[in-house]
Every structure is written in C-alpha cells, then in structure tokens.
Design a protein around this ligand. Structure first.
Ligand code: HEM
Length: 381
C-alpha cells in the first residue's frame, strides 16, 4: 500500500470515498490531531440515538476501545494498572520462562523454523493466557482455539487443505464459564481481579468483564504476532543480526523502527461528533473517518527517508500504538514481549536465511503482517 499512501498524502490527504462512505485521512499531523481529539472524533462507532453510523446496535459492545471519555476511563481504569511498565516488571521472569520453553521446542528439531506458528504465536497467546490467569491445564486447549484466529497459512507438517473450524464461539463459552467459576472461587490473574471489581456493582458488570477478556485477546494477540515476525524478518533482510546480537544496534530502537516501518495496524476508525475541519477540508457531523496510521508512519513531513528501514532512527515518533486517550493499553506489554523474545532468540540464533520464497502479506483492511516466515537458522551450541 505504501506507494498509494504516498500519492494520497501528496494529492488527496483528506478525501471522501463514496464507495466506502467514509473520509480517509493520510497525513501524520492530521491523524495525530484526529486521534488526540476525542471531543470531535468519537470512537463510539455504534449509537442508540441514530446520530452516528457504524455497527448496528445489536452488535454493540461497549469495550474501552469503542467508547469515549469519561465512560472510557471507567472501563480502562481497572485494567490499566496491570499493564504499566512498572507492574509488568514482576511478570518478566515468567515471560522469560515461557520464551525459553517456546524456543527450546522450536529449535529442537533442526535448523528450519516457521516463525509465526512456532515462535510468535505460542509466545503472544501464552502471555495472554498467563495474564488472564487461565488454569494451566486449560492453556493448551485455549492455544489451540486461538490458533484458529490466525490468518490461514501453510505450516510445516500441516495439511493446508485441512478444514479450519471457527473457534470464536468456543472461546466465548470458555470465558463465560471461567468468569462464573472465578465468581465462586477467586484465584490469581486478571479475570479474578476484574470479577472482584465488579462485585460492588459500581465498576464492571459481568458482561463488561467478558467483553474486556475478548478485547484483550483480540487486540493483543495478532498485533504482537505481527511485530515479532516482522522484526525477525526485517533484521534478517537488512543484515543486522550481528549488530543486534552484540548490542551495537539497540534492540529497543530497532523494534521501534519495525513498528514504524511495518506497523501491525494500518487504520483507526472514528465518527465525527461535530462538523470539523481537517487540513483544509470540512467534514460534516456524524461521518465515518478512517485515520491511516500506516500512512502517517511513512509521512515525509515527519520522518526523514521514510521509505528506508533505519534501525537506529532517532527521534522516531511513530504512532503505531495510536495516540490520545485510546493509546494502546498493551504497548508496554508488547514492548516487553519483543524485548524478551527477540533478545533470547538472538542469543541463540547467530544467522538467518529466509527460505520463504515470497513473504505473503495478510490480506486485511487493518491488520498488516505476513502470513508465515520460514527461515533456516544457525544456532549457538
Ligand atoms: C489500542 C496497536 C498490542 C490491547 C490500540 C490502538 C492501537 C494499538 C493503534 C489504538 C486504537 C484506537 O485508537 O482506536 C497495537 C499494536 C500492538 C498492540 C501495534 C503490538 C505490537 C497490544 C497488546 C494488548 C493490546 C499486547 C493487550 C494484551 C489494546 C487495548 C486497546 C488497544 C485494550 C484499547 C485501548 C483504549 O481504547 O483505551 N492498540 N496494540 N494491544 N490495544 Fe493495542
């Protein structure tokens, strides 16, 4: 999409698309303004008063990502404190164990690995299962269901014609059961915490706890798979594995450049609450707006040589995690996962050859990444 983004930034930075009945916004500054201005650009895509358009009321889910302040704070508050860099620090040893186990398995049988299914997926889904506090015995089953949420791909040893079943209903049922169980027998983990919050009737309802679990699974899973996979892909493609290993290129700044250059999400939807001007264009009230953060992160007005992958880029004010009130709740977790998973991966792997013939992109309006990444690795003994 990148050449198209460049043309749009140049020729039609704010435009109405009749076919999709929405306004597209392509420039970094305009998008930053949209995301930071929830007074005029609402995240509530559905509404009961008919003043806005979007999903039908029947589909309405009031999770934090689809409501505006102050309601937003009520839904995000109870979860927020668990996702700060400070509180995640305690979780690091557990994450290191999960990464070690995953890499032991992935690197056990020879030098060929498929990164999405053997490394990125087990780590990101394992993290969510642990944070939610799912019982250890249930995790394999949960991981198997969640696997069905990944875009179809050909995995080593797996018949690509195998019929894929939709696991979403099973996951929903499982969350319902576990919330019920945690009401009776509170345990560790986020679900128990959220259930406790709900008990005095002033915080989260049972439905809101359920929706929050689904949101965390949905928002935190495929995005992080994409980040880990793209990082390994980019580091191999740009031949910087030795510099990442010896620390002459900082892993943190290289990860930020992956977030900018291969942003896992490319669009953020909003609805105008009032008539509003973006750039020189007037957008009426109640219109659907799409902020193309994938384009913002390649904007030449914000980044020098935006089409180049520069792992040491500073400053790097990318907005891959969004901006404003809805700034990604899971950003510190995604960064921690990337730090632990990639540093452990490159402790063991000193060279990579990409053997996927062509890195096939995921076909999705918002989600960006590649379906699979087959590599051959040289490992330390
Ligand atoms: C929000 C990106 C990982 C949970 C967002 C938003 C973006 C984003 C762009 C803003 C949405 C908006 O403005 O409408 C990413 C990327 C990730 C990532 C690129 C990985 C590289 C995670 C993880 C979790 C998570 C690991 C949790 C486990 C959420 C939640 C929101 C959110 C709950 C909604 C926050 C709110 O509405 O206040 N994410 N995310 N994300 N993200 Fe992430």
């Amino acid at each position: 999409p990148f050449p198209w983004y460049e043309t749009m930034r140049e020729t039609a930075p704010v435009r109405y698309d009749e076919k999709r009945d929405c306004w597209d916004i392509f420039r970094y500054n305009d998008i930053d303004t949209v995301l930071c201005n929830h007074e005029q650009f609402s995240s509530r895509l559905s509404s009961t008063d008919g003043s806005t358009r979007g999903t039908s009321p029947g589909e309405r889910k009031d999770t934090m990502i689809r409501v505006d302040p102050p309601e937003h704070g009520r839904l995000r508050g109870p979860v927020d404190e668990h996702f700060t860099a400070g509180s995640l620090r305690n979780y690091r040893p557990e994450l290191e164990r999960l990464v070690d186990e995953t890499l032991d398995k992935a690197l056990a049988d020879g030098s060929e690995i498929e990164i999405v299914s053997e490394v990125a997926f087990p780590i990101t889904i394992g993290v969510i299962a642990e944070l939610l506090g799912l019982p250890t015995n249930d995790r394999d089953q949960f991981i198997q269901w969640s696997r069905g949420m990944l875009p179809p791909q050909k995995t080593r040893g797996e018949d690509p014609r195998r019929e894929r079943t939709n696991p979403v209903n099973k996951i929903h049922k499982y969350f319902e059961e576990i919330i019920d169980e945690r009401k009776r027998n509170p345990g560790d983990g986020l679900i128990s915490e959220l259930v406790r919050y709900g008990e005095d009737g002033s915080r989260l309802t049972e439905k809101e706890v359920f929706d929050t679990c689904n949101l965390l699974l949905g928002a935190g899973h495929i995005t992080s798979v994409s980040l880990l996979t793209s990082a390994i892909w980019m580091f191999a493609k740009h031949n910087i594995v030795p510099e990442i290993r010896d620390g002459s290129i900082s892993l943190d700044s290289a990860v930020d450049e992956v977030l900018r250059y291969r942003s896992p999400l490319h669009t953020m939807p909003r609805i105008t609450r009032t008539e509003v001007e973006v750039g020189d264009t007037q957008i009426p009230k109640g219109e659907r707006v799409v902020a193309w953060i994938g384009s913002a992160n390649r904007d030449e007005q914000e980044f020098e040589t935006p089409a180049e992958f520069v792992p040491t880029r500073t400053p790097n004010r990318h907005i891959a995690f969004g901006a404003g009130a809805h700034y990604c709740l899971g950003a510190p977790l995604a960064r921690l996962e990337a730090d632990v998973a990639l540093s452990k991966f490159f402790e063991r792997v000193y060279e990579i050859e990409i053997t996927t013939r062509k890195c096939e992109p995921i076909v999705h309006p918002t989600l960006h990444g590649i379906k699979s990444l087959q590599i051959d690795v040289g490992t330390e003994l």
